[in-house]
Design a binder for this molecule. Structure first.
Ligand code: CA
Length: 228
C-alpha cells in the first residue's frame, strides 16, 4: 500500500488533451505535474522524480523520442516508467520509442479508461533497482547491506529503510511523515521527531560520505542525486 499518491508528469503540448488527462488523473487521486514542451518536461522530471511519465511524441523544443532517450540514459531517471502518447501516423516513431526505452505507448485518439488502465499496469511493474548507489554509498535491499567505499557499515533496520526510501528517489525532498510512511509503512510507533534521531545516526554511520543526505529547511531530508 502506498500512502503518498503516485506522482505523474504529463508532457503534452495539446492543451485540451493535457487538460483531460490531468482531470482524470487527479480524479483518481494521482498527483499531476504538467509541461508543454520537451525541454521543460525533461527538467520537470529530473526535478520532481515522478513515479511515471506520460510523454507525447510530437513536441516543441525536444521531441518525445529525445526526451525519452535522455531520461532513460540518466542514472537518476532511468527507472521511471514512460508511456508514449502518439498519433497513429507516428507508429514508426513508436517502434523507435520502444527500442529507445519507453515502457509502453498508446495511440491517439485513446479513451481515458484505456490510458488509466495502462498507467496502473506500468506502475505495478515499475522496477525497483536492486542495488542503489549514490556517490560512495551503496545499498543492497536484497542483502540488507550498506557499504561506503566498499566497507560494510552497520545500520539498524529502521535506519536502513529510511536511507533506502531516500536513495530510491534521489533529489526528492521527504517530510518526516513521508519518510516514516515510505520506510516503515504501517509501523507507526516511530514518532515524528524520531526521524531526526535516525538521520543523525545514519549520518554518523556514513562518516565522510554523510553529505549525500541533505537537510531541506522547512521540509525534511533528501538524498542528493549522483550527478550533483
Ligand atoms: Ca503533440
Amino acid at each position: 500500500m502506498q500512502s503518498t499518491p503516485y506522482h505523474i508528469v504529463c508532457i503534452e503540448d495539446e492543451e485540451d488533451i493535457q487538460e483531460v488527462i490531468a482531470f482524470n488523473l487527479e480524479r483518481l487521486g494521482y498527483q499531476v505535474s504538467l509541461a508543454d514542451d520537451g525541454k521543460k518536461g525533461l527538467a520537470l522530471v529530473q526535478q520532481c522524480q515522478p513515479d511515471l511519465v506520460l510523454l507525447d511524441v510530437m513536441l516543441p523544443g525536444l521531441n518525445g523520442m529525445q526526451v525519452c532517450q535522455q531520461l532513460k540514459t540518466a542514472s537518476n531517471t532511468a527507472h521511471i516508467p514512460i508511456i508514449m502518447l502518439s498519433a497513429r501516423s507516428e507508429e514508426n516513431d513508436i517502434v523507435k520509442g520502444l527500442t529507445g526505452g519507453a515502457d509502453d505507448y498508446i495511440t491517439k485518439p485513446f479513451s481515458q479508461a484505456e490510458l488509466m488502465a495502462r498507467i496502473k499496469v506500468a506502475l505495478r511493474r515499475k522496477p525497483q533497482p536492486s542495488v542503489l548507489l549514490i556517490k560512495n554509498v551503496g545499498l543492497d535491499p536484497d542483502l540488507f547491506a550498506c557499504k561506503v567505499n566498499d566497507q560494510t557499515i552497520k545500520l539498524t533496520t529502521t535506519e536502513f529503510k529510511l536511507l533506502q526510501a531516500m536513495m530510491q528517489k534521489p533529489g526528492r525532498a521527504f517530510s518526516r511523515e513521508q519518510l516514516i510512511q515510505a520506510a516503515l509503512g504501517e509501523q507507526t510507533d516511530v514518532v515524528d521527531r524520531n526521524v531526526d534521531v535516525h538521520i543523525r545516526a545514519i549520518r554518523k554511520a556514513l562518516g565522510d560520505d554523510n553529505n549525500i543526505i541533505e537537510t531541506v529547511r522547512g521540509v525534511g531530508y533528501r538524498c542528493c542525486s549522483s550527478e550533483t
